[in-house]
Design a protein around this ligand. Structure first.
Ligand code: HDL
Ligand code: ZN
Length: 402
């Protein structure tokens, strides 16, 4: 097979493959209060807010007092008019506007926003444009208002799959236990009360994995806790993998609110211990710091019950993805789950996946060229199988879902 043939087949295949996006903060439009879409929401993304705060000397408290439309206009004027929108988060907005054929030359924010609103874009159109088959939501059973989605039947459960996000058990235990107690007949044992509530939530939401984000001390606390010993046993009984998102430090700058989280340390020896101590449980793991990526990938070769995934948050930058994706493939072959979008606004699916697929294309073409030079009989079927595994089936097989 010639190089030009490989390029054509890889790119044509990538344009067709239906993607399973295994970690997002998206909700269906039927969950009205939590469904985010459009240019105003996209410009209110906390990645852009952080960039606004550190690129200008804007008064943060005054900015926070604005409504979303006013904030979006400030972000547009400061980051896209007065400055060059060259960061990954800014480029993402430009990708969305271009993909929707919305011109920005000689137009102000209101004119651009008017054109955008005129499209009346639906989630289905965005999923279709981005080739997304389904996404996994982040569902917190200890946020009763957000959890109310599971009281309604009127949304597409195939397109929006659920997860069981358990950070509240580490970050606000008292609030969590007070909710759980209302759903358990147990009167004293807190672990039983929590497990009873999680069982109820499992029946109601049918999650495909449980998840928690942790820094070192929280991870150590979890590993020592009797409650988490019971939760891991319960997860095993439910055949539910646990997604660990490691190395976050919440509230590095509290005045930045959601944009104020940063990188915390993590000791991946603790992860290896967990995989050894719970060999029947399955762990889906991503790390926030570039410093942890090589060790995490090597651990991906040491534990059958560990699957590494995605370029999480501060890792989701093209300048980092390319070298780390190459390292992961060098060490793991094509057994990994290379990406998730972490999208918070549905429209972001358009850029988060097109930006990643561009890098995936060049990394796969380079690898396939190495194989051709070694007389490996590469074929269109092999390329299709590989890309389908990377963007969908590796996750489905690990999560045991269709
Ligand atoms: O904890 C998480 O799931 C993170 O993805 C946070 O939501 C973070 O704010 C984020 O959106 N990262 O992309
Ligand atoms: Zn997330």
């Amino acid at each position: 097979m010639k190089k030009v043939e490989v390029q054509t087949i890889v790119n044509n295949t990538l344009n067709k493959i239906k993607i399973l996006d295994i970690h997002t903060h998206l909700f269906p439009p039927q969950h009205e209060k939590y469904y985010l879409s459009g240019l105003v929401e996209t410009l209110n993304y906390h990645y852009l807010i952080a960039e606004l705060f550190v690129s200008t000397n804007i008064n943060i408290e005054k900015f926070k007092s604005l409504d979303k439309l006013q904030k979006a206009e400030v972000v547009w004027n400061e980051l896209f008019d007065k400055r060059t929108p060259i960061s990954e988060a800014c480029k993402g907005v430009l990708t969305i506007l271009k993909s929707l054929s919305i011109p920005i030359k000689d137009k102000n924010f209101s004119q651009i926003n008017k054109l955008y609103c005129g499209l009346k874009l639906t989630d289905k159109e965005i999923f279709k444009k981005s080739n997304i088959d389904s996404i996994v939501m982040t569902n917190n059973p200890f946020n009763e208002d957000e959890w109310s989605i599971f009281s309604s039947k009127a949304w597409d459960k195939k397109r929006y799959r659920s997860s069981l996000r358990l950070d509240s058990l580490m970050l606000e235990f008292n609030k969590s236990i007070s909710i759980a107690q209302n759903f358990s007949n147990e009167t004293s044992n807190k672990s039983i009360q929590i497990i009873d509530y999680l069982e109820l939530c499992f029946q109601k939401s049918q999650p495909i994995y449980a998840a928690i984000s942790l820094d070192t001390e929280k991870f150590r606390e979890m590993l020592k806790s009797d409650l988490w010993k019971e939760i891991l046993k319960w997860l095993l009984r439910k055949n539910l993998p646990l997604s660990l998102m490691l190395g976050v430090k919440r509230g590095v700058n509290k005045s930045f609110d959601e944009a104020g989280d940063g990188i915390g340390n993590i000791d991946l020896k603790d992860l290896s211990k967990l995989c050894n101590n719970y060999p029947e449980n399955k762990f889906l793991v991503t790390c926030l710091s570039l410093n942890d990526q090589h060790e995490l990938t090597v651990l991906g070769r040491k534990h059958q019950n560990l699957k590494i995934f995605g370029f999480w948050w501060f890792m989701n930058q093209p300048s980092i993805i390319e070298p780390i994706l190459k390292m992961r493939i060098d060490l793991l072959g094509l057994s990994l789950i290379p990406q998730h979008s972490d999208a918070r606004i549905t429209d972001q699916l358009i850029y988060k996946w097109s930006h990643f697929k561009k890098i995936l294309s060049s990394v796969m073409i380079e690898n396939y060229e190495h194989l051709i030079k070694k007389n490996y009989p590469l074929s269109k079927e092999i390329i299709n199988r590989d890309l389908n595994n990377l963007l969908s089936d590796n996750a489905k097989n690990f999560l045991r879902i269709k």
